[in-house]
Design a protein around this ligand. Sequence first.
Ligand SMILES: [Ca+2]
Ligand SMILES: [Ca+2]
Length: 192
Amino acid sequence: MLKSTYKLVALCILLALSASTMMAQTEDNHCVIWSVEDGGGTLGCYSTLAEAIRIATDGKVDLPNSADMNTVDQALKEHAIAEQVDRQPNSELNMQPASSTVVGILYDWTNYQSSNFILIVSDPTGCATYGWGFNLPSTWQNRVESARGYQGCNYTQVYDLLDFQGPTYKCPNDCSTFLGLNNDADSVYVWP
Ligand SMILES: [Ca+2]
Ligand SMILES: [Ca+2]
């Protein structure tokens, strides 16, 4: 009797563990993080790229959840141009900058495929004058393989270790592969 109770408890634990693993796999697909300069906090992970981008841009880039990578890429580029127009001296929106701006997207696989990690900053001018650093959380370390930059961020530099240390590779946009540092980066800098 005791033995079968143990078996039942073990089975329940196993089921609970596999359920949480499956949940983590579906929820961890599209994550959003602030730069080190902005405190480095996370805005969480979302089940679709469109939803993550909506959160990352305060709803300014609002696409259907079915939107693919290329649609999102195009919308972000158009949004960057619109933000530049907004900052013209005569614009009514000039006094209301976005509270978060996407400066880059990292991808789990080469050629901008699979899960992604969205880099945001509080400065709506993005990389207009300087670069931004990001320490990747443990679930995203040694994982990314390609990147695209936005808002004037023309280069992505990956580092093997946290805090921009260790072997590094600086890649111009669009960066379809980090070559020898694929699945190695723990921190990233985006540069003008
Ligand atoms: Ca990977
Ligand atoms: Ca590493």
